[in-house]
Design a protein around this ligand. Structure first.
Ligand SMILES: *Cc1c(COP(=O)(O)O)cnc(C)c1O
Length: 374
């Protein structure tokens, strides 16, 4: 267990479920493919808030040899966790400023997002007098990172811009992978095929978690799941095939009987009537439980669905436990807020957000229990 002493609320992270999810995604990406598809892992933002130091070694032990992070600092931290040179570490933001030397020295394979980054990496390779591996990222419609069409055209006309760079992969990223009916999905696929046909041959990569669920034509050579590894649903529809990795449990601090009409919490926004019972739980927005709510939010107490009522405070929430026997709704009991029967995506939706934001926002006040992964 890690985390602050006496933390009343817990995050449980199931590392066996994590490796099972990686194997399932690897197998899903392989269905219908005529060649081996390499399944990488997106572990940026401290492995989506779950702890890079615990997550990355477990995925490597499961067989994952390719990891994507966002920041140079994350890439270097990951290299010290996984020093084996057979492990590929890809830096999504690419080499900025004067980081190139440190990245090359730590055998980081950056993603090159524009001609400037390509030139910078090429200059580093010249300086070292040896080829350096890199991924080239093409923008196929997201307008966020990656070479815009004019730059891809210039690269196609002048492939010498890649001299000294060994092309580990050409990638792009899908804007609407979780909404398969959107026309953008096919448009990006076609654009990716057309653009890569003009560049030197290299392994190709397009699919994130949602992309894997879109089908075999999206798998290419390397897939890059993130959220589905951590239990988020890869497809918008149908049952979620992923195992539950994260369980968030809040400790009840107090239970009170309401004996006069009144209201609960800040803003006195939720009225209560005599006879109701309120449990106060040690989780708040400082622990990543969003204050804004999309719709009524639920917690689970020993199988009982209990509504979260009133406003979310910094350190506390309040639950209506009127229907739950007093022996169950008592100080010290734990309620489930994510997992344990409460689906991650539904909990996120009820909080007006997405699973990604919920996980990366979990904060560091919880006691963290890692199970499995031996
Ligand atoms: C974060 C990220 C991924 C993983 O996406 P998920 O939706 O979490 O599966 C893949 N590729 C890129 C470029 C990313 O930034």
């Amino acid at each position: 267990m890690t985390g602050p002493l006496g933390a009343p609320s817990h995050v449980l992270i199931d590392l066996d479920a994590l490796s099972a999810n990686w194997r399932l995604l690897r197998d899903m990406a392989q269905v219908g493919a005529l060649h081996a598809v390499d399944c990488a892992a997106a572990v940026k933002a401290d492995a989506y808030g779950l702890g890079l130091g615990q997550v990355a070694p477990v995925l490597a032990a499961a067989g994952c040899t390719r990891f994507f992070v966002a920041h140079a600092g994350e890439a270097l931290e990951l290299r010290s966790l996984l020093p084996d040179p057979a492990i590929h570490i890809h830096l999504l933001h690419g080499p900025m400023g004067d980081e190139t030397g440190a990245l090359a020295e730590s055998a980081i394979t950056p993603v090159l997002n524009d001609l400037g980054q390509i030139a910078r990496w090429q200059a580093e390779a010249r300086k070292l007098g040896r080829p350096l591996p890199a991924i080239v990222h093409l923008d196929t419609g997201m307008n966020r990172l990656g070479l815009p069409d004019q730059e891809t055209a210039r690269l196609a006309e002048d492939p010498a811009r890649l001299d000294g760079i060994s092309l580990a992969c050409i990638m792009s990223h899908l804007a609407t992978a979780d909404e398969p009916e959107r026309p953008e999905v096919q448009q990006q696929l076609e654009r990716f095929r057309a653009l890569t046909a003009r560049l030197p041959r290299a392994p190709l990569s397009l699919a994130n978690s949602g992309g894997i669920a879109l089908g075999p034509e999206f798998a290419f050579d390397i897939v890059r799941p993130g959220i589905a590894l951590y239990g988020g649903r890869p497809a918008a529809r149908g049952a979620n095939p992923m195992a539950e990795v994260v369980r968030l449990r809040g400790g009840i601090l107090q239970v009170r009987e309401i004996d006069a009409p009144g209201a609960v919490g800040y803003g006195a926004s939720h009225s209560v009537t005599p006879g109701s019972r309120i449990a106060t739980v040690a989780v708040g927005y400082a622990d990543g439980l969003p204050r804004a709510a999309g719709r009524p939010r639920m917690a689970l107490l020993d199988g009982w669905q209990v509504p979260i009522i009133g406003r979310v405070s910094m350190d506390l929430i309040t639950l209506d436990v009127t229907t739950v026997p007093a022996a169950i709704a008592r100080p010290g009991a734990m309620v489930d807020l994510i997992g344990g029967g409460l689906c991650l995506d539904e909990a996120a939706e009820a909080a007006g957000t997405i699973s990604y934001e919920l996980l990366t926002g979990l904060g560091n006040r919880y006691a963290r229990h890692y199970v499995g992964g031996a």
